[in-house]
Design a protein around this ligand. Structure first.
Ligand code: FES
Ligand SMILES: [Fe+2]
Length: 300
């Protein structure tokens, strides 16, 4: 079977607090069975799930004893990245924690990460998370990413009054795209804002909404397989907020976000992948994002 290829980068796996000391949990991302756990001293560890002895899934019943992985089948103990006396080895995979979240590094060619997870703790300073929405979407990662620079769809699908491109900056591992948005048609009167979006690799998008909103949003996308993506979306609002603003703006916004995401999901899950028969001039941003993501897919 042909192996699926995915773009290199850091991808969200789980919230740090769900991975307890001594425990190991199963995950399935990038078409791989994975095991994520925390040693008895608190070090986060990620590795391919199957035991090199007779192939048990270590994420289902395995544990850490000190710094060693204990297999649930015959109880063999493995020190990660070290050959055991039977000549078997479990290699760890790159993993980092930031702002209470665990991220894994993925690269088709198995190269080590050449940058760290973006410091979300700095980006989100002074804010707390008001709302979390998670979805499993039957669509490839790139299709979901392309939603962001698709300016016309904000008006037609999401009922915004107007959008206007302001800035694009593409670097090797980041894609920044800003636009002015007028949400007065969907929320309430006179809500113009700038929507500043940055992808830090294809798996992590950070959004700053300026003007009256003064809020931030994070969206992480992690491929489960070539046609299925796990989305984890959060709204972060200023710690020193005005309670009136919470009731009149932020709480309704959480509801709207969830509702609008459902509209996008129906489109993503049923469209032709990579459709590009006709392209308007203002849609060149979408294709620039598609090319940027493709540039991160390295042959194995
Ligand atoms: S399968 Fe893991 S110790 Fe036997
Ligand atoms: Fe959308």
């Amino acid at each position: 079977m042909k192996k699926s290829l995915f773009p290199s980068g850091w991808y969200y796996m789980a919230d740090s607090k769900t991975i307890k000391k001594g425990k190991i949990k199963p995950f399935k991302y990038f078409d791989m069975d994975l095991a994520l756990g925390r040693t008895s001293t608190g070090k986060i560890q990620l590795f391919k799930a199957h035991c090199p002895h007779l192939g048990a899934h270590i994420g289902l019943g395995g544990k850490f004893d000190g710094e060693q992985v204990v297999c649930p089948f015959h109880g063999w103990k493995h020190t990660l990245d070290k050959m055991c006396d039977k000549g078997l080895k479990i290699s760890s995979l790159p993993v980092q924690e930031n702002w209470g979240k665990v991220f894994m590094w993925y690269s088709n060619d198995h190269r080590a990460p050449d940058y760290d997870v973006v410091p979300l703790d700095q980006l989100g300073k002074g804010h707390f998370t008001l709302h979390t929405n998670t979805l499993i979407i039957k669509a490839p990662l790139v299709e979901i990413c392309e939603n962001m620079p698709d300016l016309d769809h904000y008006v037609y699908v999401h009922g915004m009054k107007d959008t206007k491109f302001t800035k694009m900056d593409i670097k090797k591992n980041t894609f920044e795209f800003n636009f002015k948005i007028d949400t007065s048609a969907t929320i309430t009167k006179d809500l113009k804002s700038e929507c500043q979006n940055t992808f830090y690799g294809p798996g992590i998008m950070w959004v700053n909404l300026t003007h009256v909103f003064q809020m931030k949003s994070s969206v992480t996308l992690t491929p489960i397989d070539a046609n299925t993506t796990y989305m984890h979306q959060q709204i972060h609002i200023p710690k020193l907020f005005n309670p009136l603003k919470l009731l009149s703006l932020y709480l309704p916004l959480c509801f709207i976000y969830k509702k609008e995401m459902k509209k996008d999901t129906v489109l993503w899950e049923n469209k032709i992948v990579g459709g590009n028969k006709y392209q308007l001039l203002q849609e060149s941003h979408i294709f620039k994002l598609r090319n940027w993501i493709n540039s991160l897919v390295t042959p194995p």
